[in-house]
Design a protein around this ligand. Structure first.
Ligand SMILES: [Zn+2]
Length: 117
């Protein structure tokens, strides 16, 4: 399952970024995933639940996944439009594959417990 390795890489990058005593106080991990990133939030949550069974440092953490819609920018009319049903067409009618949002796969926030409780 692709989500399990994704959860593992999230944990490894948090461990690289923060000292060990802070890692143990992580309570919330906030991710933003674009609709084109092939990440299924429900599968992310079950992978997360499975991985924290063996990763005691993250046992008190909760994963939050925000899905970002796909946006394309149109060179013809210089507007950004929401892509619905994977139709890459601007509101003006011109096709556009200039994706400006929707491929994200990132941790945008990590929350920590305030004290050692
Ligand atoms: Zn347009």
């Amino acid at each position: 399952m692709h989500e399990v390795s994704l959860v593992n890489s999230i944990f490894r990058s948090i461990e690289l970024e923060f000292p060990k005593q802070d890692v143990e106080r992580v309570r919330g991990i906030f991710m933003r995933v674009g609709l084109l990133s092939n990440v299924e939030p429900v599968l992310m949550q079950s992978a997360f639940a499975a991985v924290i069974e063996t990763e005691s440092a993250f046992r008190q953490a909760t994963l939050h996944v925000e899905v970002l819609p796909i946006l394309v920018h149109c060179a013809e009319c210089d507007k950004t439009s929401l892509v619905e049903n994977y139709k890459f067409v601007c509101a003006c009618g011109k096709p556009s594959n200039n994706i400006v949002q929707g491929t994200e796969l990132l941790i945008h926030k990590v929350e920590f417990a305030l004290d050692d409780d």
